[in-house]
Design a protein around this ligand. Structure first.
Ligand code: DQA
Length: 145
């Protein structure tokens, strides 16, 4: 099946962006590891990073009809602000998992609320790049059932 991986704003800087919080793994490294992990299970991953809310909304809307079966999303700062991306995911009705490198619950108060968690199949946060791999693992299990 087709799995859509979405990365929100500033995640293009992974590797050099506040590495003590987000780690030293680059986004390219994460995306290629996810592609391999999915392929080994007989599935495909398409990854997209954008700093623009409307690009993410448009991509999610397209997922309604392009064969996407599951969405893995790190909305980054949009986690705490974007009703528009939340509504787009609700409109597709596709199952999704919310991923964070850091654990927002041990950070600033403004990171404690997510517009996504109550709609998500699950949330993986706090394990650096491994949050994505654990999230994909859960998505693959979901698709196997
Ligand atoms: C993040 C956490 C968000 O609070 C932050 O704005 C990010 C990244 C994470 O992966 O830990 O950009 O989603």
């Amino acid at each position: 099946a087709q799995i859509l991986v979405l990365h929100g704003p500033n995640l293009n800087l992974l590797g050099s962006r506040e590495p003590e919080i987000y780690g030293r793994t680059t986004l390219a490294e994460i995306d290629s590891a996810l592609a391999q992990q999915a392929e080994q299970a007989g599935h495909q991953v398409e990854s997209l990073q954008s700093n623009a809310e409307h690009v993410l909304v448009d991509r999610i809307q397209a997922a309604r009809t392009d064969g996407t079966a599951f969405v893995l999303i790190n909305p980054a700062a949009f986690t705490h602000t974007s009703v528009a991306i939340r509504d787009a995911l609700a409109a597709t009705g596709l199952p999704f998992i919310e991923v964070h490198l850091s654990n927002p619950h041990r950070r600033e108060p403004f990171r404690q609320h997510s517009y996504f968690s109550d709609l998500a199949e699950g949330v993986v946060a706090g394990f650096g790049a491994h949050s994505y791999y654990a999230g994909l693992d859960a998505a693959l299990r979901h698709l196997a059932h």
